[in-house]
Design a protein around this ligand. Sequence first.
Ligand SMILES: [Zn+2]
Length: 62
Amino acid sequence: MAEKACRNCNRIVEDASECPVCKNNDLSDSWNGLVVIYNPEDSEISEKMGINTPGRYAIRVK
Ligand SMILES: [Zn+2]
């Protein structure tokens, strides 16, 4: 199972060719760090990263 990260919003994308959040198809194999966002409204990390949708996100995407 391949996990890739969206270069636009950092969302981790499993077995898909486009990001389910922003519909971008520019996905990277090369990413590291992982954060899980449960409540974007209530999270400093999601605020810093500009995340509005719960899910798993890469911290760095190359
Ligand atoms: Zn995205």
